[in-house]
Unconditional design. Structure first.
Ligand SMILES: Nc1ncnc2c1ncn2[C@@H]1O[C@H](COP(=O)(O)OP(=O)(O)OP(=O)(O)O)[C@@H](O)[C@H]1O
Length: 477
C-alpha cells in the first residue's frame, strides 16, 4: 500500500537560519515544506497552493500589524496556524489567540515541542475543514467574540460536522442549545463517531470560545501522575519533578476541558477529579496555595458509564457531576444516508492537489453505504484515504476498497434484527469480527497495543486478524 500523502506545511520566517533548519527538521520527519521569508510571500503561497498547516513568525516584513495572521484566518481559516516568535509580547499573544491560532511557541523551540505542536494542530485540523472550498474563503474565524459575528461563529463551528440526516440535524440542534449553558456535558458513542468533534463544536459555540479547549486523554495519564498533570507541581515536589509545571486544568481556565475516554479513568484519579470539580479549586503538588479555575467539563466515553457505575468501577457522585447533560452520538450505520456526503468530503480533503480523482463509482458508494462501519467515521476516513492511494483512474471503484468491504463477510451482530435466526457459530463469528474491527480501530492499527488490551499475544492476535481477513495496516492513520 502506498503511504498516505505528506502534510504540506508553509513556514514563514525572516530569519534564514531558522527557516532553513525548521524546514529541514520537518522534512526529515516526512512533511512537505515550503519556506518563505516574509508575510506577502506567505499570503501569495496560500493563494496559490493548498497547505495543511502554517507556521509563522510574528515580527517579519509585512506582518507588523499581524497581516498574515488576519489574512490567513479570514481566507484560509481551515489551515491551522502555529505562531512561533522570538519576541513574545502579551498583546500580540492575546491578539493571535483571538484570531484562533492552534498554538503559540517561543523561540528557541525544542524539536519535540515543535513536532508535538505540529502533530496536534494537524490532528485537530481534521475536524475543522470547511465543507467546500468556496465556504473556506467565506468562513470567518471562530474566535470573533461579539454577538454580530454569531452567525459566522456558528457556521464555522458546524462546518466540520458533516451530516444532513435526521439524527445529525437533531444533534446539531442539541449542540446549539447546550453550548451557552455552563453545565457539564457527557458525550457517549462508539469509537470514531465524532465525540471530540462535537465537544469542540460546543466549545466554539460557547461564550468560552476565545479561551483554550484543553484535551485530556484519560488513557494517557497514569494514576500516579494524575494530580501533577492536572493540577501542576513545583520543582522538587517529587522525584522526577525537575522543573515547575503548570497543570492542564490551569491552562484551561475560562475555557473548556475535554476528558476523552473518561471510562478509563482509574478510581483513585476519579476521587481527585471529583474534588477539583466540586470546588473548582485544587492545590498544585508541593505548594499550599490553592488555585481556582473556571473551566467547563465535557467528557467522552465509548463505555456505558451507567453500567460502569453499577459495576462499581465508576464513582456515582462523579458521574452525576459530569453527566448533567448527556448526549449520545449516533453511529454511522444509524445514519447511512450521510455516508456518500462524508465519503466525498474526505475525498476532497485528502486527495492530492494535482489529482484528477473525481469521485466514487455507484457500486463503490453502495458498498460504503451497506457496510456497518464498526469504526464509524474514523474508519470511513481511513478507507477513503487508502482508496486514494490505490486508485489508478479518476473514479474510486469497489476494487480500490479494502477487503472487508469487497468480501461478503459475516453480517455484524448489530445489524441483525433477530439474533435467533442465525446459528450460534455464525453469531460467535460475527461478534468476534466486530470486536476485532473495534479493537484495531481504537488502537489505530497498532497490533501490540490491541493485543495487550485483548489479553492476547501479538502472534495470537495476528492469527485471528488473518482468519478474519482484517489488515491492521488499513486502520493506521
Ligand atoms: N460529523 C462529522 N463530519 C465529518 N468528520 C467527522 C465527523 N465526526 C467525526 N469526524 C471525523 O471522524 C474522525 C473521528 O472523530 P473523533 O475523534 O471526534 O471521534 P471520537 O468519537 O472522539 O473517537 P474515539 O472514541 O475513538 O476517541 C476524525 O477524523 C473526525 O474529523
Amino acid at each position: 500500500m502506498k503511504r498516505p500523502r505528506q502534510a504540506r506545511i508553509l513556514i514563514a520566517d525572516d530569519e534564514p537560519l531558522y527557516l532553513q533548519t525548521t524546514g529541514e527538521l520537518l522534512r526529515n520527519e516526512g512533511y512537505h515544506c515550503t519556506c518563505v521569508s516574509d508575510a506577502n510571500a506567505a499570503i501569495q503561497a496560500l493563494q496559490n497552493e493548498p497547505f495543511d498547516l502554517l507556521l509563522s513568525d510574528l515580527s517579519m516584513p509585512g506582518n507588523m500589524k499581524l497581516e498574515l495572521l488576519k489574512e490567513s484566518r479570514s481566507k484560509h481559516a481551515h489551515v491551522p496556524l502555529i505562531v512561533i516568535t522570538g519576541v513574545p509580547s502579551l498583546p500580540t499573544a492575546i491578539e493571535s489567540i483571538r484570531l484562533g491560532i492552534a498554538d503559540y511557541l517561543l523561540k528557541p523551540v525544542k524539536l519535540e515541542d515543535l513536532l508535538g505542536s505540529v502533530q496536534r494542530a494537524l490532528r485537530q485540523a481534521e475536524i475543522s475543514a470547511p465543507k467546500t472550498t468556496t465556504e473556506t474563503s467565506e468562513t470567518s474565524p471562530p474566535s470573533a467574540p461579539n454577538a454580530t459575528d454569531r452567525i459566522n461563529v456558528e457556521s464555522s463551528a458546524f462546518a466540520e460536522i458533516i451530516g444532513e440526516s435526521k439524527p445529525m440535524k437533531d444533534l446539531t440542534e442539541i449542540i446549539q442549545r447546550v453550548a451557552d449553558s455552563n453545565a457539564n456535558v457527557l458525550l457517549t458513542g462508539e469509537s470514531g463517531t465524532g465525540k471530540e468533534v462535537i465537544a469542540k463544536a460546543i466549545h466554539r459555540l460557547s461564550a468560552r470560545h476565545a479561551a483554550p479547549f484543553q484535551v485530556i486523554d484519560c488513557t494517557a495519564v497514569p494514576d500516579s501522575l494524575f494530580e501533577s498533570v492536572l493540577f501542576g507541581h513545583i520543582k522538587g515536589s517529587f522525584t522526577g519533578a525537575v522543573k515547575d509545571q503548570t497543570g492542564l486544568l490551569t491552562e484551561a481556565d475560562k475555557g473548556t476541558t475535554f476528558f476523552d475516554e473518561l471510562g478509563e479513568l482509574p478510581l483513585g484519579s476519579q476521587a481527585k477529579l471529583l474534588r477539583a470539580i466540586q470546588e473548582q479549586t485544587f492545590t498544585p503538588l508541593g505548594t499550599s496555595k490553592p488555585v481556582t479555575v473556571d473551566t467547563r467539563f465535557i467528557c467522552a466515553t465509548n463505555r456505558s458509564l451507567a453500567n460502569e457505575v453499577d459495576a462499581g468501577r465508576f464513582r456515582r457522585d462523579l458521574y452525576y457531576r459530569l453527566a448533567v447533560i448527556h448526549i449520545d452520538i449516533p453511529t454511522l450505520r444509524d445514519r447511512s444516508e450521510d455516508i456518500p456526503l462524508l465519503a466525498n468530503h474526505f475525498l476532497k480533503r485528502l486527495r492530492p492537489p494535482e489529482s484528477n480523482i473525481e469521485g466514487f463509482s455507484k457500486e463503490a458508494l453502495e458498498r460504503l453505504q451497506s457496510y456497518p462501519w464498526p469504526g464509524n467515521i474514523r474508519e470511513l476516513r481511513n478507507v477513503v484515504e487508502r482508496a486514494l492511494a490505490l486508485v489508478r483512474t479518476s473514479t474510486i471503484e469497489v476494487s480500490d476498497l479494502p477487503q472487508t468491504l469487497r468480501n461478503d463477510l459475516p453480517t455484524p451482530l448489530s445489524a441483525i434484527q433477530d439474533l435467533t435466526e442465525i446459528s450460534r457459530d455464525e453469531a460467535m463469528e460475527s461478534a468476534e469480527h466486530e470486536y476485532l474491527i473495534k479493537l484495531i480501530t481504537k488502537h489505530a492499527g497498532n497490533i501490540s497495543q490491541s493485543a495487550r488490551q485483548a489479553g492476547l499475544s501479538r502472534q495470537g492476535l495476528d492469527k485471528l486478524l488473518k482468519r478474519h481477513k482484517i489488515r491492521a495496516a488499513e486502520f493506521r492513520p
